[in-house]
Design a protein around this ligand. Sequence first.
Ligand code: A2H
Length: 256
Amino acid sequence: EGIGVQEYIALKLKVKEWPEPAQKILDGKLPEGANVYFIPATLRPETMYGQTCCFVGPHLDYGVFKVSETEYFVCSERAARNMSFQPGIFPEWGVYPQIAGFKGKDVIGTVVNAPLSVHTEGVRILPMETVKDTKGTAVVTCVPSDSPDDFATVTELAKKADYYCIKKEWAELEILPIIDTPTYGNLTAPKLVAELKIQSPKDTKKLEEAKDKAYREGFYKGTMIYGDFKGKPVEQAKLLVRQQLIDSGDAFNYAE
Ligand code: A2H
C-alpha cells in the first residue's frame, strides 16, 4: 500500500484448545509440550484489553512455522517469509520451516489466550471474509469497541451463527469500553456503525469512512479509560502498551 513502511506489532495468542479438524491435521507433527501461537498484526496495541476473538480468512492458506523447539507461529506463508528477513524472530536468516498447513476454516473455534484481554478465559478463532493475505500476517485480532470492521463482523457472525458454523456465544463476548473520544463517546466503533447505518461487513465503502473517522478521532483525541495508562492520551498510551507487550514477551515488532 503505497510507499513507506507499515510498523505493526505482532501479538502472540497461545493456542489452548484445537478443534477436531485442526487436531487431525496437526497429529504427530508437533513435539510434546510445543506452544503454538496465532500472531495477529495490529496498529492499535492500546486497544488489546478489548480483544473478544481473533479472525482468519476461512478460504486463505495458513502455515504452522517453527520458531524454536518449543514455539510455532500460525500465519500466512508470505508473512513468515517476511519475518525470516527481520531480526529476532526466526533463528536463521531467510529460513522459516513449515511443519503443517491448513485453510482458515479448519481452525474456526480454536481457543486462544489473548494477552491483556479482559477475557482471560480465552477467545475463539472466527472467520472474517475480508481478511487479506497480502498484508500483515492474515490473522486479525478483534476489538469491536474501536474497529468498525471488527464490530460489523462480530455482529454479522452472531446474527448468522449457523450459516458460519459457529456458536453464537463465541461472537458475543462483552465489548469493553477502552478509549473515550469527544465525538463518539467510549464505544467509537459501534457508534459509527450505527450512525453510518452500516448493515454488514460487505458495506465496504461506508466501513472505509467509519474506519478513517474512528482512527483519527481515537488517535488524536482519545483518552484511555481502561488499563495501566488510564487517563493518558492514546497517542502516548500506544507506545507504552506496545513496549509493555514486547517486554513481557507477548508481542514483537513486524514491519512490511
Ligand atoms: B487493527 P493497514 Cl481497534 N486483512 O488492529 C484485513 N485487515 C487487517 C489485516 C489483513 N490481512 N491485517 C491487519 N488488519 C487490520 C486493531 C484495530 C485495527 C483497531 C482499529 C483499527 C484497526 C484490532 N483489529 O485498523 O491497512 C488490523 O486491525 C484500522 C487501520 O495495514 C490492523 O490494525 O493500515 C489494521 O487492519 C492494519 O491496517
